[in-house]
Design a protein around this ligand. Structure first.
Ligand code: 13P
Length: 255
């Protein structure tokens, strides 16, 4: 089964409106460099509208994604953004359960699960993040930790929803550290995740799920990751803030 590769830029809490517009225009103008790879831009919520409008103006096939959302449809949740609000701004994707959300904002697997279900119900495609800390890896618990996160975050999804969902494996020790997982380390966990998805649904469903790697992905390490059989794209932080770097990564996956 050939899965369409997907490279997403998680801008996190960076840039301002003018820079967001500039970066979007640069990426949109060069989308052809990504070949068949799907490109997604995930700006801060405040710039979703600007980024969406810039993409629309260029008529390019770049998709828009949120970085987080609440699981409820509306109501007294000060400071939160509802699934339908993201959809309204043209989002196709939403990143959920990023390790920064889990660590800094207390998101548990149960919370990520509720958000994942809400995203799918609203018509958004969730990019569900999982990954172990350095301490967990060094104590030999990577498989257990990742399996628990995958099971908990994706619990109760019907196969039709599961196959649409994107999973991002982001080892916490590789995020923003310049320490990328080796292609073998990443492939091993990706294969484990796909195997687990096979037991949660069926091997046929697992075969359709796109699993991204994230953590210090750069143009010069992307090609070795891209040739691994279970790595279907990248979730990119720092390098997504520069059009050349982001497109260089996309190119490595698009070839
Ligand atoms: P870096 O690419 O900056 O390591 O960040 C990865 C990440 O957290 C993407 O979600």
């Amino acid at each position: 089964m050939s899965r369409r590769k997907i490279v997403a830029g998680n801008w996190k809490m960076n840039l301002d409106r003018a820079k967001a517009k500039e970066l979007t225009a640069a990426v949109a103008a060069r989308v052809a460099e990504a070949g068949a790879t799907e490109l997604v831009l995930c700006p801060p919520a405040t710039y979703l509208e600007t980024v969406g409008a810039t993409i629309a103006a260029t008529k390019s096939a770049v998709a828009l994604g949120g970085q987080n959302m609440h699981d409820k449809a509306s109501g007294a949740f000060t400071g939160e953004v509802a699934p339908a609000m993201l959809l309204d701004l043209g989002c196709r994707y939403v990143i959920l359960g990023h390790s920064e959300r889990r660590t800094l904002f207390g998101e548990t697997d149960a919370i990520v699960n509720a958000k994942t279900k809400a995203a799918l119900a609203a018509g958004l495609i969730p990019i569900v993040c999982v990954g172990e800390t350095l301490e967990e890896r060094e104590s030999g618990r990577t498989s257990d930790v990742v399996a628990t996160q995958v099971r908990g975050s994706l619990a109760g999804l019907p196969p039709a929803d599961l196959e649409k969902t994107v999973v991002a494996y982001e080892p916490v020790w590789a995020i923003g550290t310049g320490k990328v997982a080796t292609p073998q380390q990443a492939q091993e966990v990706h294969a484990l995740i796909r195997g687990l998805l096979g037991t949660l649904a069926s091997p046929a469903v697992a075969d359709k799920v796109r699993i991204q790697y994230g953590g210090s992905v750069k143009p010069d390490n992307a090609a070795d990751l891209a040739i691994q059989p279970d790595i279907d794209g990248a979730l990119v932080g720092g390098a997504s803030l520069k059009a050349d770097d982001f497109l260089g990564i996309a190119k490595a996956f698009g070839g």
